[in-house]
Ligand binder design. Sequence first.
Ligand SMILES: NC(=O)c1ccc[n+]([C@@H]2O[C@H](COP(=O)([O-])OP(=O)(O)OC[C@H]3O[C@@H](n4cnc5c(N)ncnc54)[C@H](O)[C@@H]3O)[C@@H](O)[C@H]2O)c1
Length: 310
Amino acid sequence: MKVLVTGGAGFIASHLVDALVARGDDVVAIDSLATGDRGNVNPGARFTQLDIRDVAAAKLIRAERPDAISHHAAQMSVSRSVREPLFDADVNIIGSLKLLQPAAEAGSRFVFASTGGALYGEAPMPTPETAPTWPVSPYGISKLAFEHYLFGFRAQHGLSYAALRYANVYGPRQNPHGEAGVVAIFARRLLAGEECVINGDGTDSRDYVHVADVVDANLKAIDSEACGHFNVGTGRQTSTNTIFELLAQTLAPGAAARHGPPRPGDLKASALDSSLMRKTFDWEPRMALEAGLKETAEWFLRPAPGTPAP
Ligand SMILES: NC(=O)c1ccc[n+]([C@@H]2O[C@H](COP(=O)([O-])OP(=O)(O)OC[C@H]3O[C@@H](n4cnc5c(N)ncnc54)[C@H](O)[C@@H]3O)[C@@H](O)[C@H]2O)c1
């Protein structure tokens, strides 16, 4: 199978590229390297540094005619989307549309990395896909807008697609320098002996899903013809305090976090109901949080590339 992966040098998609290469697929990866790292890309994939908004990206799809496209490239900072909504829409809506048109022409299956956390507001938990979607951030709005384009392209052009609405994804290779991704941020700071700041009293909770489970969800969605919008999470809520304590156990026993003011607009809690994903794709999250956090902490502990062995 030939699969084109956008954002292939980023956190989640680089793991997906690894899995696709491992099973013998022909993998074409593109990434602008805006936040991604070339070193994340599996040498078994064919990599091109390319912005999805560049006409060359559409040309590549027309030339390669992949069986499936996994679309992960995005402006993925919620706070940047609030500061720069035009930039967010340019990458996440216009850039994505520039791929969708040639994908529909090529008959490629389209699997889209959407968000669960930024789509639903305060809703019953765990939240199913049928909950109202009224995102408040431009990031959530652009992800939802593109989901609507997918739905429309199915009606107009027979596009085969799945939009996967991720919960909070964590694991090795997550960028610790952004404003999101609390696991990576705490891990880096704990290792550097820097103070970790928890916004508010730390009882806010999120649904943390390990990147290996997200990759598995993508493989199942790529291999299927089932269409629609699917939550990808564990349904379990974990507080920020618990995340900090579990990471500190491995990385800096005894370390304490400082509590700062709560961040305006942050949800008190979120967790996704992934029953539809289970029913449709026979997908189940397998990684227990404690084991996943330990593995992630150990990855952050690894020697920097190029460091001589002791
Ligand atoms: N990490 C999460 O918890 C989470 C949750 C929900 C949804 N998502 C979505 O999953 C996808 C991957 O997220 P991630 O956590 O791996 O982030 P990431 O930043 O590591 O990956 C995104 C990749 O896209 C690339 N990119 C950005 N703009 C580009 C452009 N214009 N053209 C080409 N490449 C571009 C970046 O260089 C980066 O490598 C994103 O679409 C994100 O919105 C992530």
